[in-house]
Write a protein that binds this ligand. Structure first.
Ligand code: ADP
Length: 179
């Protein structure tokens, strides 16, 4: 049974990530979503939260599991007794970075094969960073992330949104000077 590892930050997991995981799960016996515990990146959710959100999101996918990892991804893939890394590619934005990383990983571990799956057209515009920006500004996330992820984002940004609303109310309700 071939095990494939799908690593990433998943801050948070989106429907674009889930589409890749689901399609990988139809190609491989087991897919492990590996959530990178990356101390030096400006992340919204800590690693436990990211793992919990992803675990809930794949509850309906029997051969997909979620775990955190730190250190080199190729070392983690070997520890999982896997030889396959999955990545997703969106048009334009991902290729060069993925290519550079793939060459480095191949140098470190030539025995590990990279499988890139092209994004589905309807998820092409979805990235965790855009999702966070939309959530921060109070926009609708329907169809872009699972409901529990949307709730987690809104909870994280609730204070920020309240603050913006208060400032807007002050600005628009204040009497016009000199009128
Ligand atoms: P990283 O910080 O390692 O890029 P991400 O969580 O941003 O982690 O992405 C993990 C993987 O999922 C990457 O290969 C990325 O290109 C892919 N990915 C992210 N969003 C999408 C999407 N909408 N469609 C397809 N692949 C995606």
């Amino acid at each position: 049974m071939t095990i494939a590892v799908y690593p990433g930050s998943f801050d948070p997991i989106t429907n674009g990530h889930l589409d890749i995981a689901e399609r990988a799960a139809s190609l491989f016996g087991t897919v492990i979503i590996a959530v990178y515990d990356r101390p030096d990146k400006n992340l919204l959710f800590n690693v436990e939260e990211r793992v919990a959100l992803a675990t809930d999101a794949v509850a309906g996918m029997p051969n997909v599991s979620v775990t955190a990892f730190s250190g080199l991804v190729v070392d983690f893939i070997r520890r999982m007794k896997s030889g396959v890394m999955i990545r997703g590619l969106r048009a334009n934005s991902d290729f060069e970075r993925e290519f550079e990383m793939a060459l480095m990983n191949h140098k470190l571990a030539p025995d590990i094969e990279l499988v890139c799956l092209m994004t589905s057209a309807r998820y092409q515009f979805i990235s965790s960073s855009v999702i966070k920006e939309v959530a921060r500004l109070g926009g609708c996330l329907d169809g872009m992330v699972p409901q529990h992820v949307a709730t987690a984002l809104l909870t994280k940004y609730a204070d920020y949104i309240r603050d913006v609303e208060k400032r807007a109310a002050r600005q628009y309700n204040s009497p016009i000077k000199g009128a």
